[in-house]
Ligand binder design. Structure first.
Ligand code: GLY
Length: 342
């Protein structure tokens, strides 16, 4: 097990890599721990989880709702959890989001930590402090920014991760490469999903490199006034189609990144050959690169995005692989390009 720390405005978060859940006590200290997980993770790992009181939720983005958060809060009350309790979210992005959100509001805030169990949660969702729930088709419409005490990486959880979830997670990995790390992009071009799945050392290195990208960006700009916005690459259109089409987050982000690349190309920022390399890389990792959709409906949802400012959208465009920037695009102009880019 190795330990690394990243500092944020309100606290320093401890990251434990290559750890085993049996040693979680080293991260939680002597606080009374309550685990929040989902039925799938519980089914596969109950022997380790049952050492603590466990709250289980139904898996899937459709359950990342205010109602589920309410049920978790009721169970905390039934269990008699006090202000000294620590809520530990063991699962993918839905679990870590609900755990962080509930911990922020229960009794006006209790401690929390994460054990991310999917590629997506390990490289992205568990890191950054933004935790919340969806309201209807509107993704992450309600939430908080509050950092966990720790994030604990036990790579053995990946042994039971379905291949569809590996694919899902690689969308965020490719996003990190596109906006910040051209060397990572070339590495991803050399390997295959199967090689990452079957080589624990390779995947551990990949995860730790992605943690460093995400945690460094957030630690420099926690409240998203600058560079953190770049992490939204592919997410503006991605979020708009995700809940409308009921597709996995990674699929939506992949399609959103292709649309953002098309727009970057149309606006004269990105060379078409670089855009083509990105589409090829997404396809190499079995991610979808287009969708048959109702453009007018998607645009209606998109207009409610948190990145809208008056009549313009703060949109992340790519200049080249490894470099992105924020541009403000009037909604009328975005609408003009919309059918050609998506
Ligand atoms: N929880 C994800 C983020 O803060 O970006």
């Amino acid at each position: 097990m190795t330990k690394k720390e990243y500092s944020f405005s309100s606290k320093t978060v401890r990251f434990y890599f290559d750890a085993s859940i049996v040693s979680i006590g080293q991260a939680t200290g002597d606080k009374p721990v309550i685990i929040l997980t989902d039925e799938n993770v519980y089914e596969n790992h109950r022997a380790q989880l049952d050492l603590y009181p466990v709250i289980r939720i139904l898996p899937g983005e459709e359950n990342k709702t205010p109602a589920t958060a309410g049920q978790v809060i009721e169970q905390l009350i039934t269990m008699g959890a006090g202000r000294d309790a620590m809520l530990v979210g063991v699962g993918g992005g839905v679990v870590t989001d609900i755990a962080g959100y509930v911990a922020a509001v229960y009794m006006r805030g209790i401690s929390f930590g994460f054990v991310p169990t999917s590629i997506l949660a390990m490289t992205d969702a568990a890191i950054g402090g933004k935790n919340g729930v969806d309201v209807g088709v509107y993704k992450n419409m309600v939430g908080t920014i509050r950092q966990p005490d720790f994030i604990f990486y036990d790579y053995s959880f990946l042994k039971t991760l379905p291949v569809s979830e590996w694919v899902n997670g690689f969308a965020e990995v490719i996003k990190h490469a596109c906006i910040k790390d051209a060397v990572l992009f070339s590495m991803l071009e050399r390997y295959t999903l199967h090689e990452y799945q079957s080589d624990p050392t390779l995947v551990a290195e990949l995860i730790e490199r992605n943690v460093d990208i995400k945690a460094s960006v957030v630690s420099a700009d926690e409240f998203e006034t600058g560079d953190r916005k770049l992490l939204n690459f592919g997410h503006t259109i991605g979020h708009a189609i995700e809940n409308l089409h009921h597709i996995p987050h990674g699929h939506a982000v992949s399609i959103g990144m292709v649309a953002a690349c098309n727009l970057s190309e149309q606006l004269g920022h990105l060379h078409f050959e670089e855009a083509a390399r990105i589409v090829r890389l997404l396809a190499r990792y079995h991610l979808p690169v287009d969708v048959d959709t109702d453009h007018a409906r998607v645009f209606e949802v998109l207009k409610m995005d948190k990145k809208r400012k008056d009549d313009a959208m703060q949109f992340i465009i790519l200049n080249k692989i490894g470099s992105a920037s924020v541009v403000s695009i009037p909604l009328t102009e975005l609408e003009k390009h919309f059918k050609e880019i998506l």
